[in-house]
Unconditional design. Sequence first.
Length: 297
Amino acid sequence: MEFHVYDPRFNALVIPPAALEKLWTGGRWTEGPAWFGDSRTLLFSDIPNDRMLQWVEGLGVREFRAPAHYSNGNTRDREGRLVSCEHGRRCVSRTETDGRVTVLVDRYQGKRLNSPNDLVVKSDGTIWFTDPSYGIDSDYEGLKAEGEIGACNVYRFAPADASLTIVADDFVRPNGIAFAPDEQTLYVADSSRTHDPEGKRHIRAFDVIEGKRLTGGRLFTEVSPAFPDGFRCDTTGNVWCSSGDGVQVFAPDGTRLGKIALPEQVSNLCFGGAKKNRLFITATTSLYSLYVNVKGA
């Protein structure tokens, strides 16, 4: 691991003596880390192997669910339940407290979603998620199929009335998604560079209006090398983003502050640990962690 400093502000966010820890290896493409503080565990997906895994502090990794319908992104709702994006069933699902798995939404105006990828739950309980076509492009991370909607959109789902609305429809392949700490800004990545050498590799920032709709969509930052995948914000509004060979950190104004270089391609990350200052990173075959000098939002 190496720290690359592009702006002096980065030095205050990391702890130089802290070591990168490889917690587990053995996946094909690990994704969607979600921290469960009440049980001190981390849940994450291994998409091509069609399973979800659980890292238990002090005990290691064990299988949580298999098959898992090629689950990708994971998070928790306001009641602490697991909410997941499934490529296989092309849906957003919720794991109830008794272990049952409920499909929350899988269609827009009668047409099947593509393959929900990543998601975030707002403080009002609504679920905002991206829907690119990665899970239907091949049989590797899902089930190859034709898209029915004809576009890759960003959606807002309200569990209270089961309503699904498009909040952004001008993405090629929307991917990572996260709210700023005050929920007045929503960040969404476009990672179409994965399939097109001239494709998008940026993060856009939207203003959230009345908690229900978006406006703006300004360019927040271009991400290279590679492209942005999953990301999260810390309490001061910095964006910690997976980007090819590491995790890059951007200030709220979009300035690139620094990079944490890793030995594998990074897919996603989240904050966790007892003090929310432990960065958990999924990277190709492995799960890593690193203590940092800031807390997750």
